[in-house]
Design a protein around this ligand. Structure first.
Ligand SMILES: N[C@@H](CCC(=O)N[C@@H](CS)C(=O)NCC(=O)O)C(=O)O
Length: 231
């Protein structure tokens, strides 16, 4: 029998992964359908106002879009609640969630650089966002390991896919940037250790992500071992 929830996705989309992490954290069974980014089917274009993934199909007849709205919706319909109870803390969490697209963009630009020089140039932007997050983690006033402390939250759901991709970039081309931010480094480690970060993607995800770089002709892809054989 089909599940009540179905995600429509591309194989390596971090925004879909955010929604999938929220589903995993809430132990909700869901189906996932992968569509071709370069050949999006008409039924998908009819339910996705911006032609983007994720779309979450709910009970077969509703379609939700935008990963943040999907995560918020899931937090309202299913336990455990991932937003903090305290309303001030919740507003601050939402504010740091609003910071995510800029942070994500900085990491994606590094990953998708056309050559080494461009990568080094793009990496110069990273400290700006990292410093701000380090400051937020400092203000938290506890040892973590998650954004708010011991309790995993929707902020973690949002940042996990990008801290994971930063790690994948670092594995191919050590940037030496995040190490300058000890709390952010610890947060990244906690995200990489969390089961939902990994169960929310296809298996062997790092390899899938690398293949995507190669398929898109990005310079980092040329550093993948046996990249030539994979092309
Ligand atoms: N703000 C959106 C971003 C979603 C997004 O950019 N998805 C990408 C795939 S990772 C996409 O569908 N891109 C297709 C396009 O831009 O045409 C969200 O959070 O859901």
């Amino acid at each position: 029998m089909a599940n009540d929830f179905k995600l429509v996705s591309f194989k390596t989309c971090p925004w879909v992964q955010r929604a999938a992490i929220a589903l995993r954290e809430k132990n909700i069974d869901y189906d996932i359908e992968y569509i071709d980014r370069n050949n999006r089917p008409d039924w998908f274009l009819a339910i996705s106002p911006h032609s983007k993934v994720p779309v979450l199909r709910v009970c077969g007849n509703e379609s939700l879009f935008e990963s943040c709205a999907i995560a918020e919706y899931l937090d309202e319909v299913a336990e455990p609640q991932l937003h903090p109870q305290d309303l001030i803390a919740k507003a601050k969490n939402r504010a740091w969630t609003d910071f995510l697209p800029g942070f994500a963009n900085a990491i994606s630009r590094v990953a998708y650089s056309d050559n080494e020089e461009a990568l080094k140039e793009n990496a110069k932007v990273l400290p700006k966002g990292f410093e701000k997050l380090e400051g937020a983690l400092e203000k938290r006033g506890n040892d973590g390991p998650y954004f708010n402390g011991p309790d995993y939250s929707l902020v973690d759901c949002g940042y996990a896919p990008f801290l994971q991709r930063y790690t994948f970039v670092d594995n191919l081309y050590p940037l030496g940037v995040i190490e300058q931010y000890p709390l952010l480094t610890k947060w990244r480690e906690a995200m990489m250790a969390r089961e939902s970060t990994h169960s929310s993607t296809v298996a062997n995800f790092e390899i899938e992500w690398q293949q995507n770089l190669i398929a898109r002709g990005r310079w980092l892809g040329s550093l993948v071992k046996n990249a030539a054989a994979a092309e």
